[in-house]
Structures are given as C-alpha cells and as structure tokens.
Design a protein around this ligand. Structure first.
Ligand code: C2E
Ligand code: MG
Ligand code: MG
Ligand code: MG
Length: 282
C-alpha cells in the first residue's frame, strides 16, 4: 500500500514536472514569435513630483498579450527571456518603442517628460549596448536627456565592467536610475562611484511604511542619503494618501503608484498628460 502510494506520488510529481516544463517550452516558443506577431505592448506609468503634483516622467512597462493564455505578467516571462537571450532583441524593441513614444509626447510640448526604461543586466552587458542606445536615440530623435535607464542592483554586481558603460551613457546625456533600491546586494560603495541620477525605493519598503516603524526608518534613511548624495529619489508602489503624506514629510522628490495611476496604454497616458499637466496633490 505504501509502495502504491509512493508510486502515485512519484507519478503525480513527474506529471507536475512535465506540465511545468511543457508550459515553459510553450512560453519560450511563444516568446520567440511575440515581437513579429505584435503581441507585446508598452504600458506607461506616470511619475509625479511629491510636492508639485506635476508629472515628471513615465516608466515604460512591457505587457505580453499571449494569443491563448492572455495577459502574461512580466515577472513570468522576463526571467525566461533573460535565460534564453531573447531579452536582447526584446530589450531593443522596448527601447525603440519607448523612445518613439517619448519623442511624440515631447513634440506635443511636454518637453521635459522623462522616459524611464527598464534594462535587464544581460542587455546592459552586451558589448554594443552603448552604441545601440546611441543609434536608437538618433533614429527616433529623442534627446538623450529625456531618456532614463532603470538599472537594478544585479547590474552593478560587476562594477569593473559596469562603471565604464555607465560613464559612456552619462557622457551621452542619458540619465541612470537604480531600480528596486534596497533589495539587492546592499553594498553602498557603488553609490559613491556610479554616476547615478536617481534612486528608486523598492515598493516592498513602501507597502507597510505607515504600520512598520522599521520600514519607515529604512525609507527615511534612503531619502536622506539621496539628498546628501544629490540624487533624485522616487518611491514606487505608492497606493495610499497616507503613504504619500509620509513621503512628503520626509522630502521624497517623486512617487509612482496606483494612487495616481496604474500603468496604462499610450492613448490613456496621452489623456492623463493633457488633463493633469498641472495636477496638484494639495
Ligand atoms: P519594476 O521595474 O520595479 O516595476 C514596478 C512594478 O510595480 C511594475 O510591475 C508596476 O506595474 C508595479 N506597480 C506600480 N505601481 C504599483 C502600486 O502602486 N502597487 C503595486 N503593488 N505595484 C505597482 P510590472 O509591470 O508587473 O513589472 C514587474 C517587473 O518586471 C518590473 O519591476 C521590471 O523589473 C520587470 N519589467 C517590466 N517591464 C520591463 C521591461 O520593459 N524591460 C525589462 N527588462 N524589465 C521589465
Ligand atoms: Mg523599473
Ligand atoms: Mg522598481
Ligand atoms: Mg520593483
């Protein structure tokens, strides 16, 4: 009986594993065709000045509309794209579309709008990355100062190779932001050596900022540090007025989150831009 049960468990386990592997393979096959099949779409989420209430920029966030599965969240396919190397063509597609869109909005008079684009570390490590960014900027006509690249702490794992790439991007006028700050390899020494413009406080610290005294302390510390280092600081995942007012009390520069807007399609962002040009929080 025990043997039988064991056998059943074993079969269940392999079935489960097969299922998972099949799913992954399906995703991979789908991913390979997704660009040419126009299944990707960039959504844009506003970033807002905490005290001015004005929109300072938008973050481009990819969405995959799978023909059978429906909407697949980025956390379910970005890791696979990185593993397979598909992130490279995908990443350039993202950069090009985001730059084209930003250029359109700038041409409409939203001159200072900053377009933030997430860059995977695998893409950042490509030898031709800087040249590719340069090409995309000149092809789309987007001024370098309007582009910000969001890098994660995993990129800076190898500071020897990351630093010169960052410096070349800075020399071009592109802005650099450290995303998910506080969740990674928390060596603070790179804050000193890397030519960053922005620190982005990870949403996991914002979530319970009004309940957890430790989270509040961490956020305050990051904001103060950003001030001392003359960096722009932005909080992500802001969902409530209470979170926003605590960020305001501590002089956080900008915020991003459902409180103001979820990530939306380009035409919806267009409306937000027109209606909230001078949106005020107070
Ligand atoms: P991220 O760059 O840290 O992006 C912030 C995530 O928080 C986004 O999830 C966004 O939709 C979500 N978010 C924004 N406001 C709120 C809020 O108020 N509450 C909560 N709970 N969440 C909020 P999303 O779009 O699912 O993306 C997840 C991650 O996938 C991103 O984290 C980024 O690491 C990656 N990703 C997304 N788009 C791209 C892309 O175009 N390229 C690359 N390389 N990675 C991307
Ligand atoms: Mg990001
Ligand atoms: Mg982030
Ligand atoms: Mg994050």
């Amino acid at each position: 009986r025990a043997k039988e049960l064991g056998k059943n468990n074993y079969q269940f386990f392999t079935a489960e594993m097969n299922n998972m592997m099949a799913k992954k393979m399906n995703l991979e096959i789908g991913l390979r065709k997704a660009i040419e099949n126009h299944e990707f779409e960039l959504y844009y989420q506003p970033q807002i000045g905490v005290n001015t209430g004005k929109m300072t920029g938008v973050e481009a966030l990819i969405r995959w509309n799978h023909p059978e599965i429906g909407l697949v969240p980025p956390n379910d396919f970005i890791p696979l794209a990185e593993e397979t190397g598909l992130i490279i063509p995908m990443g350039y597609w993202i950069l090009r579309v985001a730059s084209q869109q930003a250029k359109k909005w700038i041409d409409q008079g939203f001159d200072d709008l900053r377009m933030s684009v997430n860059i995977s570390s695998r893409q950042f490590q490509q030898p031709d990355f800087v040249a590719a960014v340069q090409t995309i900027l000149s092809e789309t006509g987007l001024p370098a100062k309007n582009l910000e690249l969001e890098l994660t702490e995993s990129i800076v794992q190898n500071p020897k190779s990351a630093l010169p790439v960052m410096e070349q991007l800075k020399a071009m006028g592109v802005k650099l932001s450290l995303d998910d700050f506080g969740t990674g390899y928390s060596s603070l020494s790179y804050l000193r050596s890397f030519p960053l413009d922005t620190l982005k406080i990870d949403k996991s610290f914002i979530r319970y900022i009004n309940e957890e005294i430790k989270d509040e302390a961490i956020v305050k510390t990051i904001i103060n540090m950003a001030h001392s280092l003359k960096l722009n600081v932005i909080a992500e995942g802001v969902e409530t007025e209470e979170q926003l007012s605590l960020l305001s009390d501590n002089d956080c520069h900008e915020f991003q989150g459902y409180l103001f807007s979820r990530p939306v399609k380009a035409d919806e962002l267009q409306e937000i831009l027109e209606n909230h040009k001078a949106y005020k929080t107070d």
